[in-house]
Design a protein around this ligand. Structure first.
Ligand code: ADE
Ligand code: ZN
Length: 345
Protein backbone atom coordinates (compact mmCIF):
# COMPACT_ATOMS: atom_id res chain seq x y z
CA UNK A 1 0.00 0.00 0.00
CA UNK A 2 1.11 3.57 -0.61
CA UNK A 3 2.25 5.53 2.42
CA UNK A 4 1.92 9.05 1.03
CA UNK A 5 -1.74 9.82 0.19
CA UNK A 6 -2.55 11.49 -3.10
CA UNK A 7 -3.88 15.02 -2.40
CA UNK A 8 -7.68 15.24 -2.49
CA UNK A 9 -7.68 17.63 -5.45
CA UNK A 10 -5.88 15.02 -7.57
CA UNK A 11 -8.20 12.19 -6.53
CA UNK A 12 -10.67 12.55 -9.44
CA UNK A 13 -7.78 12.33 -11.94
CA UNK A 14 -6.35 9.33 -10.12
CA UNK A 15 -9.72 7.54 -10.07
CA UNK A 16 -10.03 7.90 -13.81
CA UNK A 17 -6.39 7.14 -14.62
CA UNK A 18 -5.97 4.05 -12.49
CA UNK A 19 -6.35 0.82 -14.44
CA UNK A 20 -9.26 -1.24 -13.19
CA UNK A 21 -11.36 -4.29 -14.00
CA UNK A 22 -15.12 -4.07 -14.34
CA UNK A 23 -16.74 -7.27 -13.10
CA UNK A 24 -20.42 -6.40 -12.84
CA UNK A 25 -22.06 -4.86 -15.84
CA UNK A 26 -24.96 -6.16 -17.92
CA UNK A 27 -24.16 -5.40 -21.52
CA UNK A 28 -27.86 -4.88 -22.29
CA UNK A 29 -27.80 -2.23 -19.55
CA UNK A 30 -25.20 -0.23 -21.51
CA UNK A 31 -27.64 0.44 -24.35
CA UNK A 32 -27.86 4.23 -24.49
CA UNK A 33 -31.17 5.74 -25.69
CA UNK A 34 -29.54 7.12 -28.88
CA UNK A 35 -28.30 3.65 -29.79
CA UNK A 36 -31.72 2.23 -28.90
CA UNK A 37 -33.23 4.56 -31.51
CA UNK A 38 -30.57 3.60 -34.05
CA UNK A 39 -31.22 -0.13 -33.61
CA UNK A 40 -35.00 0.45 -33.64
CA UNK A 41 -34.62 2.28 -36.96
CA UNK A 42 -32.42 -0.31 -38.65
CA UNK A 43 -34.54 -3.20 -37.38
CA UNK A 44 -37.93 -1.52 -37.98
CA UNK A 45 -38.98 -1.79 -34.34
CA UNK A 46 -41.50 0.76 -33.02
CA UNK A 47 -40.49 2.51 -29.79
CA UNK A 48 -42.98 3.88 -27.26
CA UNK A 49 -40.94 7.10 -26.90
CA UNK A 50 -40.58 10.12 -29.18
CA UNK A 51 -36.94 10.93 -28.42
CA UNK A 52 -33.83 9.80 -26.56
CA UNK A 53 -34.57 12.54 -24.03
CA UNK A 54 -38.06 11.08 -23.42
CA UNK A 55 -36.47 7.68 -22.84
CA UNK A 56 -34.07 9.17 -20.27
CA UNK A 57 -36.94 10.90 -18.51
CA UNK A 58 -38.64 7.51 -18.06
CA UNK A 59 -35.65 6.21 -16.09
CA UNK A 60 -37.09 6.81 -12.64
CA UNK A 61 -37.26 3.62 -10.63
CA UNK A 62 -38.85 2.56 -7.33
CA UNK A 63 -36.99 -0.73 -6.98
CA UNK A 64 -35.29 -3.51 -8.97
CA UNK A 65 -38.51 -4.76 -10.58
CA UNK A 66 -39.55 -1.34 -11.89
CA UNK A 67 -36.14 -1.10 -13.59
CA UNK A 68 -36.26 -4.63 -14.99
CA UNK A 69 -39.57 -3.90 -16.73
CA UNK A 70 -38.07 -0.93 -18.62
CA UNK A 71 -34.76 -2.70 -19.23
CA UNK A 72 -36.62 -5.60 -20.78
CA UNK A 73 -38.54 -3.26 -23.10
CA UNK A 74 -35.22 -1.71 -24.22
CA UNK A 75 -33.84 -5.10 -25.28
CA UNK A 76 -36.61 -5.48 -27.89
CA UNK A 77 -34.57 -3.42 -30.40
CA UNK A 78 -31.72 -5.98 -30.45
CA UNK A 79 -32.17 -8.32 -33.36
CA UNK A 80 -28.94 -9.21 -35.14
CA UNK A 81 -25.45 -10.42 -34.32
CA UNK A 82 -24.20 -7.02 -35.50
CA UNK A 83 -26.43 -5.26 -32.92
CA UNK A 84 -24.79 -7.23 -30.12
CA UNK A 85 -21.35 -6.53 -31.59
CA UNK A 86 -22.05 -2.80 -31.88
CA UNK A 87 -23.56 -2.56 -28.40
CA UNK A 88 -20.51 -4.23 -26.83
CA UNK A 89 -18.12 -2.01 -28.84
CA UNK A 90 -19.93 1.11 -27.64
CA UNK A 91 -19.46 -0.07 -24.06
CA UNK A 92 -15.77 -0.86 -24.66
CA UNK A 93 -15.19 2.67 -25.96
CA UNK A 94 -16.72 4.10 -22.76
CA UNK A 95 -14.80 1.63 -20.60
CA UNK A 96 -11.52 2.54 -22.30
CA UNK A 97 -12.15 6.22 -21.51
CA UNK A 98 -12.42 5.21 -17.83
CA UNK A 99 -9.22 3.11 -18.04
CA UNK A 100 -10.93 -0.22 -17.65
CA UNK A 101 -8.26 -2.71 -18.70
CA UNK A 102 -10.36 -5.84 -18.28
CA UNK A 103 -14.15 -6.33 -18.34
CA UNK A 104 -16.35 -9.34 -17.62
CA UNK A 105 -19.70 -8.78 -19.29
CA UNK A 106 -22.99 -10.22 -18.13
CA UNK A 107 -25.66 -10.96 -20.68
CA UNK A 108 -28.96 -12.85 -20.44
CA UNK A 109 -29.58 -15.12 -23.41
CA UNK A 110 -33.07 -15.95 -22.17
CA UNK A 111 -34.21 -12.34 -22.65
CA UNK A 112 -33.34 -12.60 -26.34
CA UNK A 113 -34.37 -16.19 -27.01
CA UNK A 114 -37.70 -15.12 -25.48
CA UNK A 115 -37.96 -12.67 -28.41
CA UNK A 116 -37.17 -15.34 -30.99
CA UNK A 117 -33.40 -14.84 -31.37
CA UNK A 118 -30.99 -17.75 -31.14
CA UNK A 119 -28.35 -17.99 -28.40
CA UNK A 120 -25.75 -18.08 -31.20
CA UNK A 121 -26.81 -14.65 -32.51
CA UNK A 122 -26.24 -13.15 -29.07
CA UNK A 123 -23.08 -15.00 -28.09
CA UNK A 124 -21.33 -14.74 -31.46
CA UNK A 125 -21.94 -10.98 -31.69
CA UNK A 126 -20.72 -10.31 -28.15
CA UNK A 127 -17.77 -12.64 -28.48
CA UNK A 128 -16.57 -11.08 -31.73
CA UNK A 129 -16.55 -7.72 -29.93
CA UNK A 130 -14.56 -9.26 -27.03
CA UNK A 131 -12.08 -10.69 -29.55
CA UNK A 132 -11.61 -7.27 -31.15
CA UNK A 133 -11.42 -5.39 -27.82
CA UNK A 134 -7.63 -5.63 -27.20
CA UNK A 135 -6.70 -4.17 -30.60
CA UNK A 136 -9.57 -1.67 -30.87
CA UNK A 137 -10.02 -0.56 -27.25
CA UNK A 138 -6.88 -1.64 -25.38
CA UNK A 139 -8.72 -3.93 -22.98
CA UNK A 140 -9.47 -7.62 -22.56
CA UNK A 141 -13.03 -8.88 -22.09
CA UNK A 142 -14.90 -12.09 -21.40
CA UNK A 143 -18.52 -13.19 -21.16
CA UNK A 144 -20.69 -14.47 -18.30
CA UNK A 145 -24.08 -15.89 -19.19
CA UNK A 146 -26.68 -15.07 -16.52
CA UNK A 147 -29.75 -17.22 -15.97
CA UNK A 148 -32.93 -15.26 -15.31
CA UNK A 149 -34.02 -16.21 -11.82
CA UNK A 150 -37.70 -15.31 -12.32
CA UNK A 151 -37.83 -18.22 -14.79
CA UNK A 152 -37.66 -21.89 -13.81
CA UNK A 153 -34.62 -24.08 -13.28
CA UNK A 154 -35.77 -26.22 -16.22
CA UNK A 155 -35.59 -23.12 -18.42
CA UNK A 156 -32.07 -22.40 -17.10
CA UNK A 157 -31.08 -25.95 -18.06
CA UNK A 158 -32.46 -25.38 -21.57
CA UNK A 159 -30.50 -22.12 -21.79
CA UNK A 160 -27.29 -23.88 -20.73
CA UNK A 161 -27.93 -26.62 -23.26
CA UNK A 162 -28.41 -24.15 -26.11
CA UNK A 163 -25.19 -22.36 -25.18
CA UNK A 164 -23.08 -25.52 -25.02
CA UNK A 165 -21.93 -25.50 -28.66
CA UNK A 166 -20.49 -22.04 -27.88
CA UNK A 167 -19.10 -23.03 -24.51
CA UNK A 168 -15.56 -21.87 -25.37
CA UNK A 169 -16.85 -18.32 -25.85
CA UNK A 170 -17.99 -18.08 -22.21
CA UNK A 171 -15.97 -17.83 -19.02
CA UNK A 172 -18.75 -18.16 -16.50
CA UNK A 173 -22.35 -18.49 -15.41
CA UNK A 174 -24.27 -15.99 -13.28
CA UNK A 175 -27.75 -15.41 -11.88
CA UNK A 176 -29.69 -12.16 -12.41
CA UNK A 177 -33.18 -10.59 -12.57
CA UNK A 178 -35.88 -10.34 -9.86
CA UNK A 179 -34.20 -11.45 -6.64
CA UNK A 180 -36.78 -11.52 -3.85
CA UNK A 181 -38.88 -14.71 -4.04
CA UNK A 182 -36.31 -16.42 -6.29
CA UNK A 183 -33.63 -17.69 -3.88
CA UNK A 184 -30.36 -19.19 -5.09
CA UNK A 185 -31.35 -22.74 -4.09
CA UNK A 186 -33.96 -22.71 -6.87
CA UNK A 187 -30.98 -23.14 -9.22
CA UNK A 188 -28.92 -25.67 -7.22
CA UNK A 189 -28.91 -28.40 -9.86
CA UNK A 190 -28.14 -26.23 -12.87
CA UNK A 191 -25.29 -24.50 -11.05
CA UNK A 192 -23.89 -27.91 -10.03
CA UNK A 193 -23.98 -28.90 -13.71
CA UNK A 194 -22.30 -25.64 -14.77
CA UNK A 195 -19.55 -26.23 -12.20
CA UNK A 196 -19.01 -29.75 -13.56
CA UNK A 197 -18.66 -28.23 -17.02
CA UNK A 198 -15.84 -25.99 -15.76
CA UNK A 199 -17.63 -22.63 -15.72
CA UNK A 200 -16.64 -19.96 -13.20
CA UNK A 201 -19.69 -19.17 -11.05
CA UNK A 202 -21.16 -15.92 -9.73
CA UNK A 203 -24.64 -14.85 -8.59
CA UNK A 204 -26.52 -11.69 -7.71
CA UNK A 205 -27.40 -11.95 -4.02
CA UNK A 206 -28.15 -9.46 -1.28
CA UNK A 207 -29.05 -6.61 -3.64
CA UNK A 208 -32.58 -6.41 -2.23
CA UNK A 209 -32.75 -9.96 -0.87
CA UNK A 210 -31.73 -11.04 2.67
CA UNK A 211 -28.30 -12.23 3.88
CA UNK A 212 -29.63 -15.79 3.69
CA UNK A 213 -29.53 -15.52 -0.12
CA UNK A 214 -25.81 -14.72 0.09
CA UNK A 215 -25.18 -17.73 2.37
CA UNK A 216 -27.05 -19.97 -0.05
CA UNK A 217 -25.30 -18.58 -3.14
CA UNK A 218 -22.00 -19.47 -1.44
CA UNK A 219 -22.94 -22.78 0.18
CA UNK A 220 -25.43 -24.21 -2.32
CA UNK A 221 -24.51 -22.65 -5.67
CA UNK A 222 -20.77 -22.58 -4.77
CA UNK A 223 -20.23 -19.21 -6.42
CA UNK A 224 -16.83 -17.50 -6.30
CA UNK A 225 -18.10 -13.90 -6.25
CA UNK A 226 -21.28 -12.25 -5.02
CA UNK A 227 -22.84 -9.58 -7.22
CA UNK A 228 -24.01 -6.68 -5.03
CA UNK A 229 -23.99 -8.36 -1.58
CA UNK A 230 -24.62 -5.08 0.25
CA UNK A 231 -27.22 -6.69 2.55
CA UNK A 232 -24.42 -8.81 4.10
CA UNK A 233 -23.77 -5.99 6.55
CA UNK A 234 -26.91 -7.04 8.45
CA UNK A 235 -25.33 -10.38 9.42
CA UNK A 236 -22.05 -10.24 11.35
CA UNK A 237 -21.37 -13.97 10.94
CA UNK A 238 -21.76 -13.59 7.18
CA UNK A 239 -19.41 -10.60 7.21
CA UNK A 240 -16.82 -12.76 8.98
CA UNK A 241 -17.29 -15.46 6.36
CA UNK A 242 -16.83 -13.03 3.45
CA UNK A 243 -13.71 -11.56 5.06
CA UNK A 244 -12.21 -14.91 6.04
CA UNK A 245 -12.80 -16.53 2.65
CA UNK A 246 -11.94 -13.33 0.75
CA UNK A 247 -15.20 -13.57 -1.22
CA UNK A 248 -15.32 -10.61 -3.62
CA UNK A 249 -18.43 -8.44 -3.72
CA UNK A 250 -19.10 -6.61 -6.99
CA UNK A 251 -20.81 -3.53 -5.61
CA UNK A 252 -22.64 -1.01 -7.82
CA UNK A 253 -23.23 2.21 -5.88
CA UNK A 254 -25.16 4.24 -8.49
CA UNK A 255 -27.38 1.22 -9.19
CA UNK A 256 -28.14 0.95 -5.46
CA UNK A 257 -28.99 4.64 -5.41
CA UNK A 258 -31.23 4.54 -8.51
CA UNK A 259 -33.03 1.39 -7.33
CA UNK A 260 -33.49 2.93 -3.88
CA UNK A 261 -31.50 0.45 -1.87
CA UNK A 262 -30.09 3.68 -0.36
CA UNK A 263 -31.80 7.04 -0.49
CA UNK A 264 -28.45 8.86 -0.54
CA UNK A 265 -24.93 7.77 -1.58
CA UNK A 266 -23.58 9.01 1.75
CA UNK A 267 -25.52 6.11 3.34
CA UNK A 268 -23.81 3.51 1.16
CA UNK A 269 -21.94 0.85 3.13
CA UNK A 270 -19.00 0.23 0.77
CA UNK A 271 -16.68 2.32 2.94
CA UNK A 272 -17.63 0.31 6.02
CA UNK A 273 -17.26 -2.93 4.03
CA UNK A 274 -13.70 -1.96 3.05
CA UNK A 275 -12.90 -0.88 6.61
CA UNK A 276 -14.04 -4.31 7.80
CA UNK A 277 -11.76 -6.05 5.27
CA UNK A 278 -14.32 -7.21 2.71
CA UNK A 279 -12.93 -7.62 -0.84
CA UNK A 280 -15.34 -5.09 -2.37
CA UNK A 281 -15.14 -3.71 -5.91
CA UNK A 282 -16.94 -0.82 -7.66
CA UNK A 283 -18.88 -1.44 -10.87
CA UNK A 284 -21.57 0.16 -13.03
CA UNK A 285 -24.25 -2.61 -13.33
CA UNK A 286 -26.48 -1.00 -16.01
CA UNK A 287 -24.65 2.26 -16.77
CA UNK A 288 -27.06 3.63 -19.40
CA UNK A 289 -29.91 3.39 -16.88
CA UNK A 290 -28.25 4.32 -13.61
CA UNK A 291 -26.55 7.60 -14.39
CA UNK A 292 -23.01 6.67 -15.18
CA UNK A 293 -20.19 4.35 -16.17
CA UNK A 294 -17.57 3.00 -13.80
CA UNK A 295 -15.66 6.24 -13.32
CA UNK A 296 -18.85 8.06 -12.41
CA UNK A 297 -19.49 5.35 -9.80
CA UNK A 298 -15.98 5.87 -8.39
CA UNK A 299 -16.05 9.67 -8.33
CA UNK A 300 -19.54 10.04 -6.87
CA UNK A 301 -18.93 7.34 -4.24
CA UNK A 302 -15.56 8.78 -3.20
CA UNK A 303 -17.05 12.28 -2.91
CA UNK A 304 -20.08 11.10 -0.93
CA UNK A 305 -18.10 8.93 1.49
CA UNK A 306 -14.85 10.89 1.68
CA UNK A 307 -12.73 7.91 0.59
CA UNK A 308 -9.01 8.45 -0.05
CA UNK A 309 -6.32 7.23 -2.43
CA UNK A 310 -5.53 4.14 -0.31
CA UNK A 311 -9.11 3.06 -0.85
CA UNK A 312 -8.77 3.78 -4.58
CA UNK A 313 -5.74 1.52 -4.75
CA UNK A 314 -7.51 -1.18 -2.72
CA UNK A 315 -10.57 -1.11 -4.96
CA UNK A 316 -8.55 -1.28 -8.18
CA UNK A 317 -6.40 -4.10 -6.79
CA UNK A 318 -9.50 -5.96 -5.57
CA UNK A 319 -11.02 -5.73 -9.05
CA UNK A 320 -7.92 -7.25 -10.63
CA UNK A 321 -7.62 -9.99 -8.01
CA UNK A 322 -11.33 -10.86 -8.18
CA UNK A 323 -11.34 -11.18 -11.97
CA UNK A 324 -11.17 -14.45 -13.86
CA UNK A 325 -7.89 -13.66 -15.66
CA UNK A 326 -4.87 -15.93 -15.28
CA UNK A 327 -1.92 -15.29 -12.98
CA UNK A 328 0.35 -13.88 -15.70
CA UNK A 329 -2.29 -11.40 -16.83
CA UNK A 330 -3.03 -10.52 -13.22
CA UNK A 331 0.61 -9.67 -12.55
CA UNK A 332 0.69 -7.48 -15.67
CA UNK A 333 -2.41 -5.58 -14.51
CA UNK A 334 -0.99 -5.08 -10.99
CA UNK A 335 2.28 -3.75 -12.47
CA UNK A 336 0.35 -1.22 -14.52
CA UNK A 337 -1.68 -0.20 -11.49
CA UNK A 338 1.51 0.38 -9.48
CA UNK A 339 3.05 2.39 -12.31
CA UNK A 340 0.05 4.72 -12.48
CA UNK A 341 0.03 5.24 -8.72
CA UNK A 342 3.75 6.07 -8.83
CA UNK A 343 3.02 8.92 -11.23
CA UNK A 344 0.55 10.43 -8.72
CA UNK A 345 2.85 10.35 -5.69
N1 ADE B 1 -30.23 -7.43 -14.59
C1 ADE B 1 -29.75 -6.28 -15.00
N2 ADE B 1 -29.43 -5.51 -13.95
C2 ADE B 1 -29.73 -6.21 -12.84
C3 ADE B 1 -29.63 -5.97 -11.45
N3 ADE B 1 -29.15 -4.83 -10.95
N4 ADE B 1 -30.05 -6.93 -10.60
C4 ADE B 1 -30.53 -8.07 -11.07
N5 ADE B 1 -30.64 -8.35 -12.36
C5 ADE B 1 -30.24 -7.43 -13.24
ZN1 ZN C 1 -26.40 -6.63 -11.88
Amino acid sequence: MFTRPVPADRLPDLLRAMPKAELHMHIEGSLEPEQMFEFARRNSVALAYSSAQAVREAYVFDNLQSFLDIYHAGTMVLKTEQDFYDMACAYFARAQADNVTHAELFFDTQTHTGHGLSAATVINGLHRACDDAPAKYGLTASLILCFLRHLSEAEAFACLEEAMPLRDKLVGIGLASSEVGHPPEKFAKVFARAKQLGFRLVAHAGEEGPPEYIWNALDILKVERIDHGVQAIKDSRLMQRLIHDKVPLTVCPLSNLKLRVYSNLSQHNIGRMLDAGVVATINSDDPAYFGGYINENFTQTFAALGLNSDRAYQLALNSINASFIDATERARHVDRLNEVFETFR
